[in-house]
Design a protein around this ligand. Structure first.
Ligand code: FAD
Ligand code: NAI
Length: 476
């Protein structure tokens, strides 16, 4: 006899665990299936984000930034440090400690919300009446469970290059790249996307010579052009060697390093010899052995589970959220979908405006944006006005020794509604939240310009950029 729940969530990454918590808050009897094992072999909640994604990468970004600061920039403040040492083991242990604290935190939240953690791999086995049947394969005998509502939140996994084995030591994806036990002297990165830039920056700051090989001819094509240009200038000045428009050839691991053959944008052949290689060429949705066919579902040509605007699949009562469905592969997008679906199950009418989901790249300085880029507005024929203001003219930024970057506000030429905001700044990830709030409330650039912002603060640059839309910035 199968254990019956109101809602079963498959996957406890940010999409799944948040869906489970919200469903439990709304009074459902909830189970969440999760099979993740950490390097110690322990079962862990939190998915990619907490175990090998957002959280550990940001821990290493902060550590490597502090090292870089101590080594190269504290002198600007008149602080002299004679020798700066690096204990990579301690740095990795700090990161692992944060991961462990966060994943254990979700176990606590599950207990608090009376969510049953079904430990193991979940797969559909069929449907009986209204009940979807699932089998959980863990350590003991497979367990049968059933629920009328199922939320699939099985996430994504790193895309690998065909024929190139990832051993997580010489050739690594995000998992290995967050745990190198020594700083490679020469590091190769394939893919100048978010992971390539973030993790490339981590190891560069810790002393590696980093070469990034990118297939596309343009840099950060999804960003506003002014942002990509500024980022290119800053990152290459910092020492990242970024080669665009390359075609990767043979990748040959040796005893102590990896040889990468590639053609550059002009077609000339090169060989790059590195001590370690990170492959960061995107992620693919994870539907391995879910047995979707048993409930009449499949995947699309790109591997995603098809859903409508409210994350409903074609199977009544079955929803899919997070990286396994269309839309940006971002933790906060998955979390919002988790909340939305749980509330739909409870008869509420929530809605997500996907245009208001912010993006952040945690480089130094950070890059963040929400809404449309200038290229997109031009292509759609929408008339707009742009206002831009640099952090170099902001007293707080100068005090913080962070004068790089700007805020750019794009607003409709007639109604003044904010259509997009683009930020390059050390604190862009926090500043962008104001822009997301403004866009959710359909604010005009004048609304932002009329709101009192604290002085001195980086947020004043947001206000000045909004004023600049109407050509009336006060401090320029
Ligand atoms: P996942 O987090 O992938 O979780 C899915 C879970 O489902 C996994 O735990 C898996 O074990 C489990 N699972 C899968 N199939 C089954 C099954 N059949 N049975 C049981 N369990 C199953 N996003 C941001 O927004 N900000 C960032 O700063 C950021 N940094 C990142 C850094 C890196 C290095 C990487 C790789 C990603 C980063 N991301 C970031 C992306 C973010 O991690 C993902 O968008 C997010 O984790 C997706 O959440 P999810 O719940 O959909 O899937
Ligand atoms: P990505 O999609 O950001 O970038 C992959 C890059 O690799 C692209 O520029 C692509 O053109 C390039 N590429 C693809 N195939 C190639 C090839 N054969 N040779 C050379 N270059 C090639 O993917 P990435 O960096 O792996 O990250 C995956 C996803 O994880 C991101 O899209 C994002 O959704 C999420 N993420 C989010 C973060 C954040 O929010 N700060 C941080 C890290 C990851």
């Amino acid at each position: 006899m199968a254990d019956q729940f109101d809602v079963v969530v498959i996957g406890a990454g940010p999409a799944g665990y948040i869906a489970a918590i919200r469903a439990a808050q709304l009074g459902f009897k909830v189970a969440c299936v999760e099979k993740w094992r950490n390097p110690k072999g322990e079962l862990a909640l939190g998915g990619t984000c907490l175990n090998v994604g957002c959280i550990p990468s940001k821990a290493l970004l902060a550590s490597s930034e502090s090292y870089d600061e101590a080594k190269h920039h504290l002198g600007d403040h008149g602080i002299e440090i004679k020798e700066v040492g690096l204990d990579i083991g301690k740095m990795l242990a700090r990161k692992d400690g944060i991961v462990s604290k966060m994943t254990k935190g979700i176990e606590f939240l599950f207990r608090k919300n009376k969510i049953t953690w079904l430990k193991g791999h979940g797969r559909f086995t069929g449907k009986q009446g209204e009940q979807y049947l699932l089998e959980i394969s863990g350590e003991g005998e497979p367990q049968a469970v059933s629920a009328a509502k199922v939320i699939i939140a099985t996430g994504s996994k790193a895309r690998h290059l065909p024929g190139v084995a990832v051993d997580q030591t010489l050739i690594a994806d995000n998992e290995g790249a967050l745990s190198f036990e020594t700083v490679p002297k020469r590091l190769g990165v394939i893919g100048a996307g978010v992971i390539g830039l973030e993790l490339g920056s981590v190891w560069r700051r810790l002393g590696a010579e980093v070469t990034v090989l990118e297939a596309l001819p343009g840099f950060l094509a999804a960003c506003d052009e002014s942002v990509s240009k500024e980022a290119w200038k800053l990152f290459t000045k910092q020492g990242l060697d970024i080669q665009l428009g390359v075609k990767i050839g043979a990748i040959t691991p040796g005893k102590t390093g990896v040889k990468i053959a590639y053609d550059d944008a002009q077609g000339a052949a090169h060989t790059l010899q590195v001590d370690r290689l990170i492959v960061s060429i995107g992620r693919i949705p994870n539907t391995d052995n879910l047995n979707l066919e048993a409930i009449g579902l499949g995947i699309d040509a790109r591997g995603f589970i098809e859903v409508d605007d409210h994350c409903a699949t074609k199977a009544p009562g079955v929803y899919a959220i997070g990286d396994v469905v269309r839309g940006p592969m971002l933790a906060h997008k998955g979390e919002d979908e988790g909340v939305m679906v749980a509330e739909i199950l409870a008869g509420q009418k929530p809605h997500i405006d996907y245009n208001c989901i912010p993006w952040v790249i945690y480089t130094s300085p950070e890059i963040a944006w929400v809404g449309a880029t200038e290229q997109q507005l031009k292509a759609s024929g929408r008339e707009y006005r742009a206002g831009q203001f640099p952090f170099a003219a902001n007293g707080r930024a100068l005090g913080m020794n962070s004068p790089e970057g700007f805020v750019k506000v794009l607003a409709d030429a007639k109604t003044d509604e904010v259509l997009g905001v683009h930020i390059v700044c050390s604190a862009a990830s926090d500043l962008i939240a104001e822009a997301a709030v403004a866009m959710e409330f359909k604010a005009s650039s004048e609304d932002i310009a009329r709101i009192c912002h604290p002085h001195p603060s980086l947020s004043e640059v947001m206000r000045e950029a909004a004023l600049a839309v109407d050509k009336r910035a006060l401090n320029m």
